[in-house]
Design a protein around this ligand. Structure first.
Ligand SMILES: CC(C)(COP(=O)(O)OP(=O)(O)OC[C@H]1O[C@@H](n2cnc3c(N)ncnc32)[C@H](O)[C@@H]1OP(=O)(O)O)[C@@H](O)C(=O)NCCC(=O)NCCS
Length: 222
């Protein structure tokens, strides 16, 4: 299938979604070079919320969010996408404007990585959202859109999320979307300066015959 990422076409769709959240209309799109300023501003401001769940690094948080680091992050993701090993999106939220004109803003990221093809067809999902938009269903909507893409054009059969036991918000996001808790991975990831245990959550295509967005809509409507 040409549409499978890492295949000859290798291109991401210009826009995915929308899904509605309490903060407005949520869509996903490929990262742009111009997202760098907002990526840096939001992530530096939200250090206290992001750092406990982020990979360890020898640089300071500010250094990890410098202009060159943004470029490196984007180029690495593009290269991994071209190899079929990853794909990632910017989350956009449009709260709507009085004039009715689109007013999208960069609100975070959803990324799929460590993608294996062949008989496995699996990968992990990671995500973060601007703290100004928390607890309004933005992450749930964005991850639902991303997983539906991963299970169709992304060519995956299984998506995993590994989450620190203390990260309640993230566990709620995946549980809400139907991910099942499959186990506890001991000293699994080098996070915030130490090897941390992580809960393993997973979803396979068979779990969501009508897609994750449909499941989320159904759950929200109840
Ligand atoms: C995890 C994160 C992406 C959630 O974003 P969000 O947009 O607030 O999530 P949603 O609004 O879709 O919330 C989903 C559920 O989590 C709950 N929730 C959100 N933030 C919460 C918090 N701080 N504490 C407890 N529950 C929380 C919501 O109430 C909702 O619960 P419900 O299903 O019972 O209604 C966000 O907190 C974040 O960016 N955290 C830092 C990065 C991170 O942890 N990434 C994941 C690493 S595994």
């Amino acid at each position: 299938m040409q549409a499978i990422l890492g295949g000859p076409s290798g291109a991401l769709p210009a826009s995915l979604g929308p899904a509605m959240s309490g903060a407005g209309r949520v869509t996903l799109r490929p990262l742009r070079r111009s997202d760098g300023a907002e990526w840096r501003r939001i992530r530096i401001r939200d250090e206290k919320l992001l750092r406990p769940w982020d990979v360890s690094g020898s640089m300071t948080w500010e250094q990890r969010h410098s202009r060159p680091e943004w470029r490196r992050h984007r180029v690495q993701l593009q290269q991994a996408t071209a190899r079929g090993e990853a794909f990632g999106f910017a989350i956009e939220v449009d709260p709507g404007s009085a004039s009715g004109e689109p007013a999208e803003r960069f609100a975070g990221q959803v990324t799929f990585g460590a993608i294996q093809r062949g008989a496995l067809r699996s990968g992990w999902v990671g995500y973060w959202v601007d703290s100004e938009l928390h607890q309004q269903g933005v992450a749930s909507a964005a991850v639902a859109i991303g997983v539906d893409y991963a299970f169709t054009f992304g060519g995956l059969h299984r998506v995993e999320a590994t989450i620190a036991p203390a990260n309640e918000a993230s566990q709620k996001v995946v549980r809400r979307l139907g991910f099942r808790q499959e186990g506890l991975l001991k000293r699994y990831l080098d996070i915030d300066g130490a090897w941390r245990d992580h809960l393993l959550f997973a979803l396979t295509v068979e779990d969501v015959p009508n897609g994750v967005m449909a499941r989320l809509r159904h759950r929200t409507a109840r």
